[in-house]
Design a binder for this molecule. Structure first.
Ligand SMILES: [Fe+2]
Ligand SMILES: [Fe+2]
Length: 510
């Protein structure tokens, strides 16, 4: 089967690995672009691959004849192969046929120096994604067991990180924040995903997330053509090629040799205090002692700028605004705000500018721009920015001449630990792509009530817990963040509101 002069025969345990990654074939009578699938599989005849991965939606509607057709096509592949079910494969009770015609829906494959963990992320008869506790623990146990493997790969259908051009983020895994944290904590090297029918690759910390487009569904997005990914993986780098069937190719290469220790931070530029969800009110849901202690800590910590990422008041009524103004006036450094939905409900849309200034605020300090954007609506609970607003925002940012650009908003652009994805911005896929492509150095968000920080490509994303509300999700308690910006490094700490104790959330090179 494997012919040609370029053929490299690799034994298991070899340091070099080549993967053919396809997704969303949607095999059916009507949706299926047979020639496109054939073209992707012809890769296997050109060169030797070590692994074949199909990240789900193998069939269009989980029907018997579709599974039979899929079995006939994929049984010809005689290298190690991994399949996971997608939401479409679970329609019509399709999961039992998946087991009969394709194979196990969850499992672990040990290939010498590499391990592949694959899980079913679907919820039967819905398009939703979720990795339940049993599967979550299965992933965790196997990442522990195989932590010494040189290459650790995870495969599932639903996307974990918002992807561009994919519309609203409704089908992100309901517990994506927890899965993302698990992946980063155990240093998974490569995550292979599908579902959104639009190809995209990101590196987050040390992990490469490769979303494959649809290999053969006629339903592509934005008039795109079918595509698949080829991945070359060795000790030093992960290279991903997005190959479209019109013969165009986008190549990305990421070093696996990360620098972890710093000895020279360069000059200190400034310290930012980053807070959110103070939920100030006269009710006992506002923990005023936590707030007052946090303010005392901020006032004696050489803070240059305070950024409040929304959730200032419990509800947008005048009594709350009056109380909030009194409490927030105690903060000595300059403070800027962006609203949450609750700040602008009821009369809040009119009260916010009266008490705290413009809706979209910005500030410049030490050649750094901090630009706010309102992601909240007075007429809806969802967080969304919208295409026109996004275009205006990035025009404004790119016209600004400061050396470093930072963005702050209320809603999340990345899934947050324990949050069940309630606070994720509806157009986070597109905003995140804008952030990465426009080299925004720092993004501050403030919902989901759990502190978190990570680096995606060149952008550091930091979320703040609630500083003083009973509604928070962290075992570390109410908190705010200090962000120290040096010439070469950014350090992010979480500070407990009541006690002032600190925990490092991360340290990255700028
Ligand atoms: Fe699909
Ligand atoms: Fe899907």
């Amino acid at each position: 089967m494997f012919k040609g002069k370029k053929l490299k025969l690799l034994s298991p345990g070899s340091k070099f690995m080549k993967i053919l990654h396809i997704s969303d074939s949607h095999i059916s009578a009507s949706h299926f672009h047979k020639e496109a699938l054939k073209k992707s599989l012809s890769e296997l005849k050109k060169e030797r691959y070590d692994l074949f991965v199909h990240s789900g939606d193998i069939t269009q509607s989980g029907k018997l004849e579709e599974y039979k057709k899929a079995q006939k096509i994929f049984k010809k592949i005689n290298i190690p192969k991994i399949f996971v079910p997608g939401n479409h494969d679970k329609r019509s009770g399709g999961i039992s046929m998946f087991k009969n015609f394709i194979g196990k829906t969850n499992g672990v494959r040990d290939l010498g120096d590499s391990v592949i963990i694959y899980v079913d992320s679907g919820v039967a008869d819905t398009n939703d994604g979720r990795v339940g506790m049993t599967k979550f623990n299965m992933i965790k146990e196997n990442l522990k067991k195989y932590q010494q493997k040189e290459k650790k790969i995870l495969v599932l259908h639903h996307h974990i990180v918002p992807t561009p051009k994919a519309g609203r983020e409704r089908n992100v895994l309901s517990n994506a924040g927890d899965i993302l944290d698990l992946i980063l904590r155990y240093d998974v090297d490569l995550v292979l995903l599908g579902h959104k029918h639009y190809p995209n690759v990101y590196k987050i910390e040390n992990t490469v997330f490769a979303n494959a487009g649809t290999v053969s569904d006629k339903k592509t997005r934005h008039g795109d053509v079918n595509s698949y990914n080829t991945i070359v993986f060795d000790k030093e780098k992960v290279g991903v090629s997005i190959k479209r069937i019109n013969n165009t190719e986008i190549k990305k290469s990421y070093s696996r040799l990360s620098k972890r220790y710093y000895y020279d931070f360069g000059e200190k530029k400034c310290r930012i205090a980053h807070m959110s969800n103070s939920f100030i009110s006269t009710s006992n849901k506002f923990k005023y002692i936590n707030f007052i202690n946090a303010v005392k800590k901020i006032n004696k910590s050489n803070v240059d700028l305070v950024i409040h990422c929304g959730g200032i008041v419990e509800e947008g009524i005048q009594r709350n605004y009056e109380t909030a103004y009194k409490y927030l006036s105690q903060i000595e450094p300059k403070i800027i705000y962006t609203p949450a939905g609750r700040d602008i409900n009821y009369l809040g849309y009119h009260l916010f500018p009266e008490y705290f200034g413009e809706i979209d605020q910005s500030y410049e300090i030490k050649n750094i721009l901090f630009q706010g954007i309102s992601s909240s609506q007075y007429d809806s609970k969802i967080g969304i920015i919208g295409r026109t607003e996004r275009e205006n925002l990035f025009k404004k940012i790119n016209d600004n001449e400061n050396e470093m650009k930072c963005l702050f908003l209320h809603h999340n652009v990345m899934p947050i630990l324990h949050s069940r994805e309630k606070g994720l911005l509806e157009d986070s896929g597109d905003l995140l792509k804008n952030i990465v492509d426009n080299s925004i150095s720092l993004v501050l968000t403030g919902t989901s009530s759990h502190a978190y920080a990570l680096k995606i490509e060149g952008s550091i994303i930091v979320n703040a817990n609630s500083i003083s509300s009973v509604y928070q999700r962290s075992v570390h308690g109410n908190s705010f963040n200090f962000i120290d910006i040096y010439e070469k490094v950014i350090v992010v700490y979480e500070i407990n509101s009541l006690w002032g104790t600190r925990r490092i959330l991360g340290m990255w090179e700028r």
